[in-house]
Design a protein around this ligand. Sequence first.
Ligand code: SF4
Length: 587
Amino acid sequence: MLDKTISKVLFIDLTRRSFWIEKREELFEKYLGGAGVAIHLLSEECPRGSKPLERENVIVFAVGPLVNMFPMASKTVAMFKSPLTGTLGESHAGGRSAVAIRSAGYGAIVIRGASIKPVYIAIHGDKVNFRDAATYWGMRSTHGVGRIIRENEGGSGVRTIMRIGGAGERLVSYATVVTETYRHFGRLGLGAVFGSKKLKALVVSGKKTFPVVNKTEYRKLYKEIYDKEVKSPLLSKYHELGTASNILVLNELGGLPTKNLKSTNFEGSEEISGELLAEKFLGRRTACAHCPVACIHLAALREPYEDEPYFYKTTWVSYDYEPLYSLGSMLGIPTTQGVLKLINEVELLGLDAMSTGVVLAWATEAMEKGLISTKETLDITFSWGDHKAYLKGIWNIMVQPNEFYAHLAKGVEAAALKYGGLDFALAFGGNEVPGYHTGPAAIINHLTGARHSHLDSGGYSMDQKALKKKAEMQFTPEKIAENLFEEEAWRQILSSLVVCFFARGVYTADVVLNALKTVGYNFTETELKDMGSEVLKLKQKFKLREGFKPENLRIPKRALETTTPHGQIDEEMISEAVKAYFKKVQE
Ligand code: SF4
């Protein structure tokens, strides 16, 4: 017996201020939810050739049948057309978002059209309200707007508040949507799509409960999954130091992008390491709803008031590996306080930390090379390690006071196309590079992954495994392409179930099949894997439909010049692997 509430899709039209519900059982029965359902809804709803920041773009949020039922099925998948890449936008966030959407009785929410006046949408179960957001528009802090909406809306407990800050309002191509306080739809510019629709926030709450097929089996399996999550070393690293533990590991390995990837060893790595943060700054940990791991680490940043000695302002800053790399080593920031201040600023304004760091790193090198001067930067001298200059730069990216900052707000490739320096503009497929210069598999992953994200197919992890087992492992272009495709296809199943990727070692094929049985699905392993490949192919098909051309993929010269732990990367080898990957997509 399949719980039918998962197949309810709530459609909201912002232009007409109307809403309706459609039952899409055929979609949820075959594709489960999350990425699988979202790519279908996006392909149906978003007209071919739509402009990302025009009203024809749509936003799809989708969750899956294990949400509220099993721990770490905690993510919401958002799909839209990306203002950064012009093709597929896909971003995942946790917080309470998935639990709230499911508890409100929906498997997916589709937002169409655009409002003329600022608005926020409040969904409380069956009720959908369009609330005037004129007084919130112009509030630059994502924390501030969240705090006020929290006071005004009911449904606390199982409620999510997704909202944008100044960057989303001003259509920065890599603006985020912040959910709860420390989780984000971070990559590919969902915040700008919200801003273009004059949508300041989306609030969702609900109280629905869900049936299970066989209670005894369900309890047994729940305990098995829960125990693995809390007791096994598979996940303890995420709780203890969190992903910030990667800083020293990658630095040691020679894979930590530093100063716009001029190097992969950062002399200040100790200062921004997970170990030092845990020892001196960690104040508490928190978790997404229904997750016993709690990987979210909050640093207490204490700053003295200038005129009152012994009085301190304490700011909670959520840190993990990616912002520590992009706003730390990538900018050569040698102090913990400096990097925490930068992370806090992008969090408040609602900017993607990775894109912002990469854009500023390019600007610093462009300044060194004389491609830009203080005329463009409005008297700011960007230089490695100077966090105060970068704080001003971040503010200007949000405000866009001149043409230069307006280009920075469109992403590193747009800026380099205008001012030069494409060789050191570190984006793949239009998306700014993540923090893993580990070898060929990482680079092929950045190029081929449907989102151009390291999480698409985990190439960085394949590089590191290959280093350990070099003798036994085939590391040819074809083999890498095949492995990346398989991994990415499997991850489509996890993101259709909206399981956090950190739990990928727990949710093996057997566990997924058994968990699905308890909520009324009978899949075989082959059917499940076929579905994963199909979803991946559909995502790539959507990109091709919207103008993506694999043959036009650009490998930034810097990524080939700077040595990885596997040595210098051969361009021809990468091209062969990219061809092999896209051949698999066509099969
Ligand atoms: S491990 Fe972290 S990101 Fe994943 S569900 Fe738990 S708290 Fe959220």
